[in-house]
Design a protein around this ligand. Structure first.
Ligand code: SAM
Length: 238
């Protein structure tokens, strides 16, 4: 799969691309990420990408022309690209959206700045608008990194073990179980005894109960639908 990121600050992504799972996935050619300077699609001497909003008000708005040109040039060979405008006004990005995008062969991420992006990009160019949460960032770049990171780890063979992603939070409809490592006792706080038994069934049961309790405590909304709980879940919760 391929990501094309449109931004006025391409170097923003240098650190992101140079580390961890994302770097490894690129090196193994499991994913291709190209970061593009939006100004490369301007034709004026000053490479202007923004202008004042119609109707007055402070701030600037990203102009439609460079964005339309860039997206059309980058996607003309793809039958069904996902063209994502990052905006706080979009639908909330979640694990289901990450999974859906991970099935796409090309995802274009448009990063806004200033007061936002001319609305015609949302209406006539983007295939969807995504928000990473109910807060306002200064630009779409951190949101683009969030989306890429979440999507890339869902691509086949990107994570070390094929089952790694399967038990993660949200993938299962609940939060992941808590994890511990050595030492078994730290500042008087012990690792739960069940995890030290070496008994696989006991460990699994502890993890299931701990995941349920954590979900109930932090995200009860995830368990609101009773059909999501089976008899073992109900027993573990009592
Ligand atoms: N005036 C806009 C509003 O209130 O909806 C906010 C513009 S924001 C300062 C500038 C850019 O940051 C947006 O165009 C968008 O690309 C990005 N951005 C800000 N918050 C975001 C969020 N929660 N999710 C995704 N992108 C966001």
């Amino acid at each position: 799969m391929r990501f094309d990121v449109l931004t006025i600050f391409p170097t923003f992504f240098d650190g992101f691309l140079a580390h961890g799972i994302v770097r490894r996935a690129r090196e193994r050619r499991q994913v291709d990420v190209a970061v593009h300077d939006l100004r490369d699609w301007t034709y004026d001497r000053h490479r202007i990408v923004d202008d004042r909003p119609y109707g007055g008000e402070d701030g600037m708005v990203l102009k439609p022309e460079p964005i339309f040109r860039a997206v059309e040039a980058l996607t003309h060979h793809q039958p069904n690209p996902s063209i994502v405008l990052l905006t706080p006004q979009g639908r909330r990005f979640d694990q289901a959206a990450a999974y859906r995008l991970s099935q796409s062969s090309q995802v274009v991420l448009i990063c806004g700045r200033y007061e936002g992006v001319d609305e015609r990009v949302a209406q006539y160019l983007a295939t969807e608008e995504l928000s990473i949460g109910d807060y306002v960032l200064s630009g779409g770049e951190p949101a683009a990194m969030v989306v890429m990171d979440a999507v890339i780890r869902l691509r086949p063979d990107v994570l070390g073990s094929p089952t790694s992603a399967q038990h993660e939070s949200f993938q299962t409809g609940r939060l992941d179980y808590p994890v511990y490592t050595r030492p078994a006792r730290y500042r008087g706080h012990a690792v739960p005894a069940e995890l030290l038994t070496g008994n696989h069934a006991e460990v699994e049961l502890w993890r299931r109960r701990a995941a349920l309790r954590k979900t109930l405590c932090h995200r009860p909304d995830l368990l609101a639908d009773p059909t999501r709980l089976d008899d073992t879940d109900r027993r573990l919760l009592t």
